[in-house]
Design a protein around this ligand. Sequence first.
Ligand SMILES: [Zn+2]
Length: 558
Amino acid sequence: MQRKSIFILILLLTVQFESFSRDRGEVYYDNVKRQYLNLMSSPRLQKDIKNWENVIAGFETVGDAYSDSKKAPDGLFMAGEVCIDAYKRSGKDKFLQRAIINYSKLVQRYRKNSLADDGQIKIAEIYRIYRKDNERAKQEYEKLIKKFPDGDQRKRAEFWLKKLAEKEDIKKTLPQVTVRKIDVVSGENYTRVSIEMSGEAEYTHSLLSEDKSVEKPRRIVIDIKNAKLAPDLKEPIAVKNEHLEQIRSSQFTQDSVRIVLDLKSIEEYSTFYFDGPFRIIVDVTGSDYRGQGIGAIIADMGEIESVETEDLEEMKEADAGRREEQVEKFHIFLDPGHGGEDPGAIGRKRRIKEKDIVLKIALELRELLEKNGYRVSMSRDRDIFIPLPERTAMANRAGADLFISIHANASRRRGAHGIETYFFDLSSDRDVLKLAAMENGVDIDKLDTLQFILTDMERTPIRNQSAMLAASIQENVCRRVNSEGVNSRNLGVKHGPFYVLKGAKMPSILVEVAFITNPEEERLLASHKYRRKIAEGILDGIRKYIDNMRKNPVAFLP
Ligand SMILES: [Zn+2]
């Protein structure tokens, strides 16, 4: 056979193999995923709830009509996820119901699949977070432990069972608190309301739809238990920005306070809280909110209503030409850790301070990023103290696409050395918790008792993207640093409950660039050349992450 025909034969075989190895459900799934991607990137499409229903129905079809497909469990899981998003936007309970049905099918039909326990935990969280039905939530967490004793969600279930039991005890013992301050921070398409109290309190939140009969607009209601309202908060606070009309507070019952956010136009909201002082945070975003990493990129590529899988390659090529000029639009938020009265960790030998070193690296990195056409904002560009919650709020307000927090590590062990990168999630690793406690400025015992899990469900795409960003930065910082003949240890990518990453609306990571407590690494950190290498490594990591996402956005989704 001639060489050319062998080549063609191999090509044919490869194509054949391709089409045999992918079942029809998979092809369908990829198609719906693409639709989902379009929806996530298009504020215009998001406004019509029918588009959400289409995507949900698409994923359900994979689960129901192609139940033998490899992707059937993924279809059911994604159907549940999109239902929750649709609920968050519309406040309609039918979406929660539908989410529960999809997750239940997943758990019942595909018990051996690795997504099954995730489905079960989602059911429990719907009851706990959205339905406020703690009794039922407990039953669902217990089911998880029984059905999936070896699954990776077991720890989470045990954590919440413990919390819910504690909550019942605390209810009687929590001292009464005073709601003493309400602050509003707003930027383009983003508003954060912060409700400050004299101590920890239990609260619930819900989104109520417009009620014309009593002339009430769409509103978010926060009920704080066992609380008194400070006298000066009794008057409504007029906000009058694009999202909020006003904030009303009242002593709802003798021992509960109700805070109502009268809405103008919002697409989504989330709540969580911070300690020291205790604050309930409500973040609302408008319809054109852009700072969502992948959303920003795809939005720039333009909308595609519905795509056949075969067209994808063609589309990718067409987009390639447009990519070049998009770099400048990308907005990176740099957060040098600590500052001002908070020095961070301190070196043993030269007594250099973490706050100074990480600021220098960040300033170096800003210069590099700007040279490469990125837009850069910083939480601080000088030696000032900025509370942790402010840092993500600043990034959200700026509508940044990536959040990069820069720190230097510390250990009691003099010999500890190396580089590690974190993204936000629950962790049960004692060393990780120790580090998180230190970076959070609380002691570890306090951290253990704090409800450090997001009170709202995490947005899975952002979590995935954060993990990928962390991997890219970790790999590239190690590569740059080690190209200098330094042999720095690659401690890998980890996850932990770092407050500074909590509430970020974009992929966010925290990099510990070296151990300041290791005399050799302290010496390196003191040198400009070494800091420059670190900054170059972070730059490489960001660039490669963005490149990969542009080449294959679908891979960045769950
Ligand atoms: Zn630090």
